[in-house]
Design a protein around this ligand. Structure first.
Ligand SMILES: O=C([O-])CC(=O)C(=O)O
Ligand SMILES: [Mg+2]
Length: 227
């Protein structure tokens, strides 16, 4: 299957699973652990622009690398990538932890919002951050800085596997980012992981109520096996 077909498949699965707002990155991480995928949490310290931000979508990946060239149409590759974005996708900007420039700002966010994109994560820098926050566009990054990427960094590939914080993210994988961090669900286990995480969310509601009612952790753990 091509990456475009995979991405289309997971976009469809994601749409039919609207209402997953209860799911958090810890629940997804636990569900991945349960099937032996114990290294799906992005190690880079990506923080949301606004605390409480949550983004969940199908990975649309783009890779940047350093350059000194300044072509006539310096934003061509970034523009075609952003114009290709579809509803339900979440942009993954991989930069190899570069601070050389920003890679995403207010206008890219506006274009992404116009396409129904659910957010952006990057191991690099954002700029225009108060304006991105003003648009309520979910954005997670390692850092911020004002310099534009023209003649500093260039797109070297899009909709290809990238590595972010030690995790390989393939087009079509699901990504959930929240205040605790970013977790990546490989597309071929997405149904199973979401089902497990949902079951976990339901069980956690019960466990929480029992603890608040004064039950012991030991009793609750022995009964539900959840912490
Ligand atoms: O050129 C950039 O780095 C992106 C930018 O400012 C924007 O999206 O508004
Ligand atoms: Mg800008």
């Amino acid at each position: 299957m091509s990456s475009a077909e995979i991405a289309a498949g997971t976009r469809e699965a994601f749409r039919s699973r609207a209402g997953d707002e209860r799911l958090t990155s810890p629940m997804i991480s636990d569900a991945l652990d349960a099937i032996g995928l114990r290294a799906q949490v992005v190690a880079a310290d990506l923080l949301p622009l606004l605390p409480g931000t949550r983004a969940f979508g199908v990975a649309a990946t783009v890779q940047f690398a350093p350059t000194c060239e300044d072509p006539d149409d310096p934003y061509a590759d970034a523009i075609s990538f952003i114009d290709s974005l579809q509803a339900g996708e979440l942009v993954v900007v991989a930069t190899d932890n570069s601070h050389r420039s920003a890679f995403w700002g207010e206008l890219f966010s506006a274009a992404a919002l116009g396409h129904g994109v659910t957010g952006v994560i990057t191991d690099g820098c954002l700029r225009d951050t108060p304006k991105i926050a003003g648009l309520n566009f979910p954005a997670f990054s390692r850092a911020r800085q004002p310099a534009d990427f023209r003649a500093r960094m260039r797109v070297t590939g899009s909709r290809l596997p990238v590595v972010l914080g030690g995790v390989t993210i393939r087009p079509g994988d699901l990504v959930l980012a929240d205040d605790d961090g970013v977790v990546v669900i490989p597309y071929d286990v997405a149904h199973d992981v979401l089902d497990r995480a949902r079951a976990r969310a339901r069980a956690e509601t019960t466990v929480l109520a029992e603890l608040l009612a004064g039950e012991t952790l030991r009793g609750v753990w022995d009964r539900h096996g959840i912490l």
